[in-house]
Design a protein around this ligand. Structure first.
Ligand code: AVJ
Length: 319
């Protein structure tokens, strides 16, 4: 079960350096959400998925509980590739369905964090002794073309993570993904749906402050990796819904004027009191948005599934 690692050597730190330099020297400042997910951030995200306010994970699980067997049959997949697999908690529903339909051979979780990836791979290898588990450490935005292509694959991109990509990046990602699929391969795409603004905002601004800690974790990551001196506690967590773009924006707001030094970048940054930097967008979709974006990338929608409340959707698409 050796890890296939596309983020070895200096790759990750280089990518972080580039992103941080680009984002934090822009006006307004911003950071890409990918850097939330070190071991601590992956753990905090796992806690988020269990919060009362954070409905997407539970809704997606409801859909999988009900429809995974149908998805398995429609896909006929023998290989499940999961992009942004994290702790792979929802994956067992797909693995159970695919093994019940008799086709399953290989599970390939793809994630940026090696600790999370190896723990998930080991857990699933124990649970499914006959399954070949092949963890791949990669950045799904940049390494799609490097993923192994054997077998009849279902590529699962769950949780609504596609919503973290801005529209142009999303379009590119879907086109590149489709280009790596072969006839018979499928995509299973999770998307959070547009709904009441208060529920959306509450999901990203929970009462216990777990999402706030998750948001600030990116500053700890930068401090550690880039020899920075951010004071995470001097930043407030902000979650807002942008109606025009139909996305949640998470930001970190400087509670006072301060300067921050990033040693490895030889960079000093000035923050004004109240200055906000964007750390994540999380786009929300309508059914027609999902269908349009998939069609624009050349996918055929096989089935569109929602939970009974209509909070979340999973779409199975062929190439
Ligand atoms: C795992 C990326 C889908 O956008 O809802 C949760 C991440 N951010 N709370 C999301 C997240 C704040 C989550 N995704």
């Amino acid at each position: 079960m050796a890890l296939i690692d596309h983020l070895d050597g200096d790759y990750l730190r280089q990518a972080l350096e580039n992103d941080v330099r680009t984002g934090l020297t822009s006006s307004p400042k911003w950071l890409p959400p990918k850097w939330f997910y070190d071991a601590t951030g992956s753990d905090l995200f796992s806690r988020i998925t269990r919060l009362a306010e954070y409905y997407p994970t539970r809704r997606e699980l409801e859909i999988l509980r009900r429809h995974a067997p149908g998805m398995a049959v429609h896909s006929g997949a023998d290989t499940l590739v999961e992009l942004g697999s994290g702790t792979s908690e929802k994956t067992v529903l797909l693995l159970d369905a695919l093994s019940a339909s008799g086709t399953l051979r290989t599970y390939m979780p793809v994630d940026v964090d090696a600790v999370t990836l190896e723990a998930a791979a080991a857990r699933l290898a124990t649970r499914y002794p006959r399954l070949a588990v092949q963890p791949v450490r990669a950045d799904f935005e940049h390494h799609l073309s490097l993923l192994p292509r054997e077998g009849r694959r279902m590529v699962a991109f769950l949780g609504g993570t596609i919503g973290n990509l801005p529209p142009a990046a999303r379009e590119l990602f879907l086109k590149e993904l489709r280009a790596t699929l072969r006839p018979g391969d499928t995509l299973l795409l999770g998307t959070d749906l547009v709904k009441d603004v208060r529920r959306l905002v509450a999901a990203y601004d929970d009462g216990r402050g777990v999402t706030a800690a998750f948001n600030r974790n990116v500053l700890h990551v930068i401090n550690r990796e880039l020899d920075g001196d951010f004071e995470p506690d001097a930043f407030e967590h902000v979650a807002r819904y942008d109606e025009d773009n139909a996305w949640i924006e998470m930001r970190l707001r400087a509670t006072r004027a301060m300067s921050v030094r990033l040693g490895r970048l030889g960079l000093s940054l000035a923050f004004e009191a109240g200055e906000e930097m964007r750390t994540e967008i999380s786009a929300k979709f309508r059914e027609e948005d999902v269908r349009r974006e998939l069609a624009a990338a050349g996918f055929d929608v096989v089935r569109y599934y929602t939970d009974p409340a209509g909070d979340f959707a999973l779409t199975l698409a062929g190439r």
